[in-house]
Design a protein around this ligand. Sequence first.
Ligand code: FES
Ligand SMILES: [Fe+2]
Length: 354
Amino acid sequence: MQVSSPTNQSIDVRTCPINLDCWYVVARSSEVKDKPLGVTLWHQAIVLYRDKLGKIHALEDRCPHRQVKLSHGQVIGNQLECAYHGWRFTWEGNCATVPYLAPNQKLPNCKIRCYPVRELDGFIWLFPGDINNLNNNAIQPMGVPEWEHLNYIATVSLIECKGHYSFLIENLMDMYHGHLHDNYQAWTSAILKDISADDKRVDARYEAQSYYKIDKIWSISQLFFPALRRLHTEPLDVSYIYPHWVSTLGKDFKIYCLFCPIDETTTRAYLIHFTSLNAFRRLHKLPIWFRRFVKDSLFGSAQKLLDGLVRQDVEMIEQEQQAYLNNPRHRTYELNPVISSVQKLIRQQVKKSF
Ligand code: FES
Ligand SMILES: [Fe+2]
């Protein structure tokens, strides 16, 4: 029997699954230390751990013996040991040791799933899809090249919201919601200038009035003293590079949102804000150790602003989700054409995975 794929119209974007054949971000590198860490990506419980060389591994978070969580166990050498009876598993998901195995017994032939996982640019990227598609298409994690680059100052904010991921990406692509943020936003008065879209991404170009200009060594103080800010026009580009988001405001700011959708009503994501130091030519001639010191000391300098933005956005997204659950048939009215491009891409990506 031939299974037909759903039509675009028949897919409700608010309950859409994800395309599993992508790299998702499940944790920050710094979150995975010497203990196993349990994470969830689209209904799948996964345990992350580091072997004795510090290499990251990802297994199904389920001991095959009695189905308890392996993330409650511990790392022994290169293996993961279950907390309950002490069975140990290799990073490939095979049972390697049962402490009370009798001489006449064989190791149980049980295997749990292991996931392709990579540590890159400060984050743990995981591929939950079909391994054959990974090998055939050479799909790579998007990465965050500014993370290690000495000319960029990073701030990270965690987004945890009780909302479908489509509400979050629509929030990030619709710059007309600057209205919500008032004092927190780096720009104002966005106007949509251009959209382009294909089956992998949506790019929207807005023009906005930016409050900040990072061209003097003391420019960073504009973050704290509004009187130092001067409005000027800058391009504001936002891109949905499925399943993640990237934005630039002029030459000074770049923001990423790395997605980890948990289920139909829960989304986790990491928002990473970079302030560029590219304008400071003299700084680039200084020794690397000093530039590294500057980068590290200023890490998190936009924390209050970023957390404030996230709080306001999450509140709106959760209200949208709740309203949808209360009455899925209530019509919404959309004037920004970027939103329909985003919804089309979400549906296209899901159809690909059927
Ligand atoms: S439940 Fe894991 S070893 Fe028994
Ligand atoms: Fe926002």
